[in-house]
Design a binder for this molecule. Structure first.
Ligand SMILES: [Zn+2]
Length: 310
């Protein structure tokens, strides 16, 4: 008898869970999922329009240099990839205007580089690091793709930081991260230095300079942004910072698998999906990842990037 009672209860329950009320709830949930805004989005047409707002001659070329390396197997950069050896190039980019230069990322010194090795000694190229330091000193303006040490230490942890800060634009979020939760102690911003930066707060896009726009892209870090550049020749670039560490992340639409970083994975995946679609809808746009050694070699080979700062 007790068995039959239990069976009856299960049958009743079965009717209940497949009843009309439950189906209504399921439909409503699916509807909400369909109308929920994506974790991140951008529109290339809007980016181009914003980049055209500031009058003046557009840049003529983009240079970069590798000043250090991290040796990390591919599986950290791309979730599910094999643990094959891979070089992460640590780089800084220089956008050349006819009469001035602008730095996108500022490099780092040896002390900050050692943090990234996490106990393992990794290659650091003093001559290239010096090139970055000199280019940062000469630059009219400096911006950073995000607030990690390998991108900001060249300003924040430099003996010349008080002077460099006066020509460096940080977003409000980057500034707050550096003050409150810096990636390492060397790049923590003290209040008196923090006050010297040019701080901007923008919703989605920001007109930075002739032919250039910032694109808000929180994900890898809260203060991450992409930098769009349209040259005088019409050639377009999108410097995506660390949205992915290797362009396979865009090709496969797969994020990182690195336990030492904390990302907004929904936003990063939305960025990778958008970048992947761009490779079909805007194939002439050159998307550049900060750390992809193989991609940099390919772009230098095609004459799309120059491996030397001026
Ligand atoms: Zn980085």
């Amino acid at each position: 008898m007790p068995h039959r009672f239990v069976l009856g209860a299960v049958l009743l329950l079965g009717v209940a869970v497949s009843g009309p009320d439950v189906r209504a709830v399921q439909t409503a949930t699916q509807g909400a999922a369909q109308t929920a805004p994506p974790a991140w989005s951008a529109d290339l047409g809007d980016i181009r329009r914003v980049a055209s707002l500031i009058p003046g001659r557009r840049p003529v070329r983009i240079n970069f240099v590798k000043f250090a390396e991290s040796r990390r197997t591919k599986n950290f950069s791309i979730k599910g990839a094999e643990a094959t050896p891979s070089v992460q190039a640590r780089t800084a980019f220089q956008v050349m205007y006819p009469d001035a230069s602008l730095m996108v990322d500022a490099g780092m010194d040896l002390a900050v580089h050692k943090f990234f090795g996490r106990g393992v000694e990794e290659p650091f190229f003093p001559d290239a690091a010096k090139q970055v330091e000199q280019a940062v000193g000469r630059a009219r303006l400096i911006v950073v793709t995000h607030e990690h040490g390998d991108h900001v230490a060249g300003v924040v942890h430099s003996p010349a930081a008080p002077q460099l800060a006066q020509k460096t634009i940080l977003t409000r979020t980057q500034l707050e991260s550096l003050k409150v939760s810096p990636q390492m102690p060397e790049i923590r911003l003290a209040e008196d230095l923090a006050r010297r930066f040019i701080v901007v707060d923008y919703e989605q896009y920001y007109p930075l300079a002739p032919g250039m726009a910032l694109v808000k892209a929180a994900g890898h870090t809260p203060g991450s942004q992409m930098v769009y550049v349209a040259l005088e020749s019409g050639r377009e670039y999108l410097l995506i910072g660390d949205a992915t560490w290797h362009m396979d992340g865009v090709r496969l639409m797969k994020g990182k698998d690195a336990p030492w970083i904390t990302e907004d994975q929904g936003a990063v995946n939305a960025q990778l999906t958008w970048l992947n679609a761009l490779s079909r809808t805007a194939p002439q746009l050159v998307v550049v990842a900060s750390h992809d050694e193989e991609q940099h070699a390919e772009l230098v080979g095609k004459g799309l990037l120059t491996r030397r700062l001026e």
